[in-house]
Design a binder for this molecule. Structure first.
Ligand code: ZN
Length: 268
């Protein structure tokens, strides 16, 4: 059985990498998101067209290793036509399959063909390659208003932690402390106080999704910086997985800096 699964896995990766399905820019997409895997250099952009709470169409573009591209291709095939709650449930199952939270058997029938990715579990460094498209898909689903995000200055910062569970908010605080140890390469202030971290989503499973930007789109240090953010947040106890989504909307400007950061740089 295991050997068989490994064979199917190799076959699926080769096939989908050679002929990726739905690899194109989707005209008229109403939701998009960009994902980046600093561990491997994989990049993917996911396009969605949502109608009546259902994925009417999905496409992707990107570059990266065979696993990342094959996974994006299979993701696009798997979610087309599904309802959004169904897609998010599938994300959970897929993520659990790869990170080993539950045994593969109990979830395999929901996952269909995707179960071949259980083979990736034996190569932990590649898990991120396989989950990138799914994390990006989920970001796109939640990015309903990304292109129309109002620039609301300081009002965009509060993001209160849910009171329902104390654990995530405590973890969130530790993540913020960790992010405060990472300085921007161009402005000598940490990323958090610089206002580059737009959003920190902490889930009960320990999965952390960070939406962030950089001071300039052409930042030559971008890859190294994202890698550092990933590594820093991953090292916080309680964090099981990290996804960093780099966004350019809203564009960063100096008004987003914290008061102390403005004083520190003499910009107050
Ligand atoms: Zn990869």
């Amino acid at each position: 059985m295991t050997l068989n699964l490994q064979d199917l896995y190799r076959e699926a990766i080769l096939d989908h990498n050679r002929k990726p399905r739905n690899f194109r820019k989707l005209e008229g997409a109403d939701r998009t998101a960009d994902g980046y895997n600093p561990l491997c250099g994989d990049k993917v952009k996911v396009y969605l067209k949502i109608e009546n709470d259902r994925v009417a169409d999905v496409a992707f573009e990107g570059s990266g290793c065979a696993i990342s591209m094959a996974s994006a291709s299979m993701m696009s095939e798997s979610v087309k036509g599904r309802t959004l709650p169904d897609v998010l449930a599938l994300f959970e199952s897929f993520h659990a399959l790869l990170t080993g939270e539950t045994d593969a058997g109990s979830r395999s029938k929901d996952l269909g063909k995707l179960v071949v990715f259980a083979g990736v579990r034996e190569f932990p460094i590649r898990v991120k390659c396989a989950t990138l498209a799914w994390h990006t898909l989920r970001a796109a689903i939640h990015n309903r208003s990304e292109s129309v995000t109002p620039k609301s200055g300081s009002a965009s910062q509060p993001a209160p932690a849910t009171t329902a569970s104390q654990k995530p908010s405590d973890l969130r605080r530790r993540i913020i402390e960790a992010l405060r140890t990472v300085d921007d390469p161009e402005i000598p202030v940490n990323l958090y106080d610089l206002g580059l971290i737009y959003d920190i989503l902490v889930e009960a499973s320990g999965l952390v999704t960070i939406r962030m930007t950089l001071t300039a789109p052409a930042c030559p240090m971008a890859d190294a910086l994202l890698w550092q953010v990933d590594k820093t947040v991953r090292s916080v106890p309680g964090v099981t997985d990290v996804m960093v989504n780099l966004v350019w909307d809203p564009p960063w400007d100096r008004s987003m800096m914290s008061e102390s950061a403005k004083i520190q740089t003499g910009l107050s």
